[in-house]
Write a protein that binds this ligand. Structure first.
Ligand SMILES: Nc1ncnc2c1ncn2[C@@H]1O[C@H](COP(=O)(O)OP(=O)(O)OC[C@H]2O[C@@H]([n+]3cccc(C(=O)O)c3)[C@H](O)[C@@H]2O)[C@@H](O)[C@H]1O
Ligand SMILES: Nc1ncnc2c1ncn2[C@@H]1O[C@H](COP(=O)(O)OP(=O)(O)OP(=O)(O)O)[C@@H](O)[C@H]1O
Ligand SMILES: [Mg+2]
Length: 246
């Protein structure tokens, strides 16, 4: 794993050099994926890396955990609270659609959640412009394959360094990098609504997705969930659809 980490760090340095920019920024959530990326970018660019903590109606525990990652990695950081911004934008959309009689409360929950991820993306790009940094994503192989991310939200990034690592490998990497134990052990969550966990929402587990990606046998029920998620999220892994020239 040490060797893979060294190669990843060189790769990160090369990407920034090729882009003619100065360094890297990442959103730090208090979860393991962003903890690993924060440690990696701090190692790649000790003086040109930044973590952004962006609570958005979030559980205060997430900010505490994000601060543990700031401490363990030693990364420079800034905290930008998006709660008020989200309120203003979301309630104005709600009002207009309600006035038209088109408000769907059920579907709105997902729209609300995805808006949090897209506001974070917008914030990261504003910060990246300011410093001349690239925006670093945190998706691992399991999330990328299943499309378990918000299109143009946490999926809207310049680099995805963890995309070839299963969740299990990300945990292994976290240990080597010195990510705090409690961050490594907590249940993965997008934190987009109270009590959300990735595995509850997906209907399968990272253990199963990792096995599937390694070509190992998984129960039929899990295989079907994974293959369906992959199929319906194909559009997220591509740029916008273009018609041919007529
Ligand atoms: N076939 C197609 N071709 C082109 N575009 C297509 C499309 N189908 C949908 N779309 C577009 O994509 C949109 C749906 O995609 P999207 O907006 O991403 O929304 P969606 O995939 O429905 O939801 C995002 C999922 O990712 C999870 N998530 C989000 C953020 C972070 C994390 C985490 O682990 O931390 C997890 C979240 O909990 C939720 O389950 C549609 O509204 C439509 O605009
Ligand atoms: N409150 C937040 N502040 C800053 N960035 C955030 C916040 N919430 C989410 N993000 C960004 O969105 C990314 C996607 O979230 P995701 O939950 O997949 O990763 P994670 O929280 O790092 O790890 P885990 O999957 O174990 O919860 C995060 O890695 C982080 O970059
Ligand atoms: Mg998370």
């Amino acid at each position: 794993m040490e060797e893979k980490i060294e190669k990843l760090i060189l790769w990160l340095q090369e990407q920034v050099k090729n882009a003619n920019l100065n360094g890297l920024v990442v959103g730090i959530s208090g979860g393991i994926d962003s903890a690993v990326v924060a440690h990696l970018i701090k190692r790649a660019f000790p003086n040109n890396s930044l973590g952004v903590i962006m609570p958005c109606k979030s559980n205060p525990k997430d900010v505490e955990d994000a601060m543990k990652v700031v401490e363990s990695s030693g990364i420079n950081y800034v905290k930008i609270d998006l709660t008020e911004t989200h309120n203003v934008l979301f309630t104005s959309i709600e009002k207009e659609l309600k006035d038209k009689g088109e408000w769907d409360k059920e579907k709105a929950r997902l729209g609300d959640a995805n808006m949090r991820a897209r506001l974070r993306m917008t914030t990261l790009y504003a910060v990246a412009n300011n410093f001349g940094y690239l925006v670093t994503g945190t998706d691992n192989a399991a999330e990328w394959y299943t499309g378990y991310f918000t299109k143009y939200g946490d999926g809207g990034v310049d680099l995805v360094p963890l995309v070839n690592f299963t969740k299990g490998e990300v945990r292994e990497m976290a240990k080597v990098l010195g990510v705090p134990k409690e961050i490594i052990e907590k249940a993965p969550s997008a934190g987009l609504w109270e009590g959300q966990t990735d595995e509850n929402e997906m209907g399968t587990t990272y253990e199963m997705i990792d096995k599937y990606l390694k070509g190992e046998a998984v129960p039929d029920k899990d295989k079907q969930v994974i293959e369906r998620m992959h199929r319906i999220s194909e559009h997220k892994r591509n740029l916008a659809a273009k018609p041919p020239k007529f």
